[in-house]
Design a protein. Structure first.
Ligand SMILES: NC(=O)c1ccc[n+]([C@@H]2O[C@H](COP(=O)([O-])OP(=O)(O)OC[C@H]3O[C@@H](n4cnc5c(N)ncnc54)[C@H](OP(=O)(O)O)[C@@H]3O)[C@@H](O)[C@H]2O)c1
Length: 296
């Protein structure tokens, strides 16, 4: 397994090369970025990061008020040109209408960030089926549909970048997060396949695989699994730092980025360990967490 391509080099001498590469790419073209799930969390931080580098944006999520507030903040801070397109991406018609609106306005998307996502924590048998359908619709179907709708234009222009937000959970099965982990395994595999298919076309695809990151999502995991509240702070990343690492990996054409050394160790361990061992370990951890939940 190509370990060095999967994990991010962090505090190494390659930093200078990266900065130089980024500068070169910035000179060549900035491009308009569409970010899904931009209303909060990692998506909002990615929007701030792109704005900071001078990109024009299209912000998509359901919460129009939050998107409007972010667009105003970015305009005031960076003079960013942001288009706000509220949409529920679990609804195929609303998703297509985002793309049609951009086409009607003659706006091309050079960088697509498939970040919108939701999680479900707890025994699969107890999960409301409609919640699972929604999770699959947003985490898998919407990311796939948006990629297939924007990719032909990028390929024709011989320029494009796609950032898919996967997760550390995508590297192994995670009992009590079965559908979420499977959805992120899909995103990771999808990204790696596309990255190879598109080699030499001018379009690159990157999977950002964060571990636990301080956002509304991690708060919902804490609520469902109080044991997570005991996780040491070094295991919980800051959304801004995750966004920065995702941006750098995207703009330097890395295929997979796992932010943070504890997560890089976990991802490497999962890839090098026989599958039956990883699922036994994650199963044991999930049973301990549910035992603690019953006691809480
Ligand atoms: N936080 C973590 O620990 C962690 C770890 C690994 C990976 N991730 C991944 O990072 C990504 C961002 O998550 P986050 O942690 O920033 O969570 P978050 O704060 O809950 O943000 C999720 C975003 O997705 C949007 N969204 C959810 N359902 C949507 C729908 N039906 N249509 C359109 N937008 C929708 C939300 O906006 P609205 O509610 O306004 O629609 C929000 O902007 C997700 O893909 C997640 O799986 C997170």
């Amino acid at each position: 397994m190509a370990k060095s391509r999967r994990t991010a080099p962090d505090m190494t001498g390659r930093r200078k090369t990266k900065t130089k590469k980024l500068a070169l790419m910035g000179e060549r073209r900035l491009g308009r970025v569409l970010i899904t799930g931009a209303s909060t969390g990692i998506g909002a931080e990615l929007a701030r990061e792109f704005a900071n580098h001078g990109h024009a944006l299209v912000l998509v999520a359901r919460s129009k008020d939050r998107l409007d507030a972010l667009a105003a903040e970015l305009h005031a801070g960076h003079d960013t040109d942001s288009i706000v397109l509220p949409a529920d991406l679990s609804n195929a018609e609303e998703l297509v209408s985002v793309v049609e609106t951009l086409e009607q306005r003659g706006i091309e998307i050079d960088i697509l960030v498939n970040n919108a996502g939701l999680i479900d924590v707890g025994p699969f048998a107890d999960a409301p089926p409609e919640r699972l359908q929604q999770l699959i619709a947003v985490n898998i179907a919407a990311a796939t549909a948006l990629t297939s709708l924007f990719l032909p234009g990028m390929r024709a222009r011989r320029f494009g970048r796609i950032l898919n937000v996967a997760s550390l959970a995508g590297f192994q099965p995670v009992p009590t997060m079965a559908v979420y982990a499977a959805s992120k395994a899909y995103v990771l595999s999808f990204t790696e396949s596309l990255a190879e298919e598109l080699r030499g076309t001018g379009v690159s695809v990157t999977a950002l695989c964060p571990g636990m990151t301080e956002t509304g999502m991690v708060q919902s995991i804490r609520n469902a699994t109080p044991a997570v509240a005991w996780a040491p702070s070094f295991l919980i990343a800051d959304a801004r730092s995750v966004a920065r690492q995702g941006y750098t990996a995207l703009m330097t054409g890395q295929t997979v980025i796992v932010p943070g050394w504890p997560n890089q160790i976990a991802a490497t361990w999962s890839q090098m360990t026989p599958r039956w061992i990883t699922r036994t370990v994650t199963g044991f951890a999930a049973r301990q967490a549910s035992w603690l939940r019953r006691d809480a």
